[in-house]
Write a protein that binds this ligand. Structure first.
Ligand code: NAD
Length: 287
């Protein structure tokens, strides 16, 4: 493997995944700087992380000293230029290809020549982002799962343009974060979402056809497959907006009807019932 280990990590986006990634990378000993579009959301991310680590101390999963060390390694900014010294920048903003492309072109102007640019996209072709930059050999997908501090898998998505050194550096980074990396070709949905989303989509179809209630479908899949949660609880956790974006990207690539998002999902997104993060999705959540 070539190059120095990754020590300073930039994260762009402070939503569900951005905050989880900040915790993961800081716990792995990296200096982490999170860029959010507003000062207020950058500060909210640090406040959320402080609370989450505090709960881990209360439960005896983390010492007070470790919490302070982790927090001491995380800073937040609303200024993209602050990522200048990062060895790795992980983009984790809204699942919208145009937004991500524009961001990659902007990041290219900010970061140094040696730095790797990664995307946490769930479905988009990584090569489309790589070609926005002058460093397509140092662009890869780095797909974490939700919640990032808990889920062990990381899909390293290798576009045709990526170098072996880049893939090796990201494998080492993922292992350093106590994750289990798998290397996947640059196909929509990679491994997990390509197999998972037809199941989630068909669960909504099954509900609509009256086979069983939402609660009973969730209970059946938990008890019958030993899944930690059923499909409706999982859709709420992922976010229905993100889920529709993932299905649309899968359908665009493969034209398989199993990937065509059922209308109910789109209507719920239009209504703002996008899941846990909105306090309401298939289930209601106290906020
Ligand atoms: N939610 C999941 O389960 C999950 C799992 C793995 C990967 N991902 C991927 O991670 C990425 C982020 O998803 P999330 O679940 O954290 O979403 P989220 O809705 O929680 O957060 C999205 C973030 O993007 C920012 N944003 C929105 N519009 C923007 C714009 N025009 N320019 C810049 N930033 C903008 C928001 O302010 C927010 O910080 C997506 O690519 C998603 O596919 C999500």
């Amino acid at each position: 493997m070539g190059g120095e280990p990754i020590k300073r990590v930039g994260i762009v986006g402070s939503g569900i995944m951005g905050s989880g990634l900040a915790e993961v990378a800081a716990k792995a000993g990296c200096e982490v700087i999170v860029r959010s579009r507003s000062r207020a959301s950058a500060e909210a991310l640090v406040a959320g992380l402080t609370k989450s680590l505090g709960r881990q101390v209360e439960k005896g999963k983390l010492t007070g000293v470790d919490r302070d060390d982790v927090l001491g390694r995380v800073s937040a900014t609303d200024h993209l230029g602050a990522l200048v010294d990062c060895d790795l920048v992980i983009e984790s903003v809204v699942e919208d290809l145009a937004v991500k492309k524009a961001l990659f072109a902007e990041l290219e102007q900010v970061i140094q020549a040696h730095a790797i640019l990664a995307t946490n996209t769930s479905t988009f072709p990584v090569v489309d982002l790589a070609v926005q930059t002058q460093r397509p050999d140092r662009v890869c997908g780095l797909h974490f799962f939700n919640p990032a501090p808990v889920m062990r898998l990381v899909e390293i998505v290798r576009p045709l343009t990526a170098s072996d050194d880049t893939v090796d550096a990201l494998k080492a980074f993922a292992i350093g974060c106590d994750k289990e990396p798998v290397v996947v070709a640059d196909r929509a949905g990679f491994v997990v979402n390509a197999l998972l989303f037809p199941y989630l989509n068909n669960a909504v179809r099954m509900l609509e056809s009256g086979t069983a209630s939402m609660e009973d479908i969730d209970t059946a899949m938990q008890g019958g497959c030993n899944f930690p949660m059923g499909p409706f609880a999982l859709l709420d956790l992922v976010g229905l907006d993100t889920s529709v974006a993932i299905l649309d990207a899968l359908y665009e690539e493969f034209r398989d009807p199993n990937y065509a998002a059922v209308p109910t999902l789109r209507r719920m997104v239009a209504a703002g019932h996008v899941g846990r993060k909105a306090g309401k999705g298939f289930y209601a959540y106290g906020r």
